[in-house]
Ligand binder design. Sequence first.
Ligand SMILES: Cc1ncc(COP(=O)(O)O)c(C=O)c1O
Length: 380
Amino acid sequence: MYFRSESTSSFHLPPYPYDQLNEVKASARAAFDETVDLSIGTPIDPPPLFVPSTLATSGKERGYPPSFGTLQLRSAAAAWMKRSLGVDIDPSCVGATLGSKEFIVALPSYLRLYDLSRRTVLFPEISYPSYEIGALLAGCVPYKVPQDDDGVLLLDELPKEVVNDAMVLWLNLPSNPSGQISGMEYAVSWAQNHDVVVVSDECYADFYWEERPMSALEFGSRRILAVHSLSKRSNLAGLRVGTYAGDPELVEFMSEIRKHAGMMVPGPIQEAAAGAFSDDAHVAVQRSRYWERLLIMRQALSGIGLDVTMPKGGFYLWIKAPNGVFTSGFEFANWLAKNGGFISSPGELYGSKGIYVRIAMVATTETIKVLAHRLQGASV
Ligand SMILES: Cc1ncc(COP(=O)(O)O)c(C=O)c1O
């Protein structure tokens, strides 16, 4: 469908999601001298203070770092999982990644080798685009699982042939883009009953606003992996470091492949990452920053007639357009760009069914206040 067309044997990738925002950016620039990009969820706040000095002084730059991750890093991640998720994971069942995206995209290619009999990759129909891309790059079959209004996956509605071929089920709670957190228990038990590997992308685990979202690891580790990242937790997206953890056999399988493939987190980064996983104070500060920004932006958008609900987790506002006003998420994002001078992501980038935009709280609180001020007087 996307790649090798039968007639030309050429290779077609779908467009990169964030390369499709030129018109929205131009609309913002035409209306305001200073525009703000709230499309990609890229952190802008400072990382923990000790990170730069650890990077400079670890002395770990000469030799090859362990692909699996140092014991120091894997132990610090396991201890964080105990503190934050309430799960007991042995450090031998935790491996390092170069940020979760590379692991997410590569996973179907690896897992195909683990179970040669299945090829279908299941993922929420409204979700982070890399689950689908990973399936396509592996020559697997991507399959969007429908969801109810709370984001719960309607797995019992899947056709039998899809279930029989299902190799992996992706979960992502809190969800990017919707911030929903429901349905973990049902999805994990469905997957275990159908012998499907669950991989739970929990990169927003530290950012929740009332109830703590569940981790897939609370249901044991049989055919379960959870993926975590320091990109959002510690504002370290630029370091590229995260972890995968869970089923001992799957972790060993993944780590062996990754060793052959040369997937190694640089040594100084492993040391800094161990420090970041060991500290929770900076996360509490970041959590309050995001919450304040979400409240300010929600109030501004409600003030101009939009119906905005606060997310249950994550740092995005996922906003449905009022009925009949816009014909697409792109048009909605254009309108916001013209009236507020900021760039948001059209819901189409995440597979939305209705007309949505996603706004990331990745500008300082002062800047978010400026945007809120700009929106005053506009009305949808
Ligand atoms: C749901 C989800 N998973 C994974 C990632 C990638 O994060 P990382 O920086 O760890 O690669 C993102 C980034 O926005 C995300 O939203």
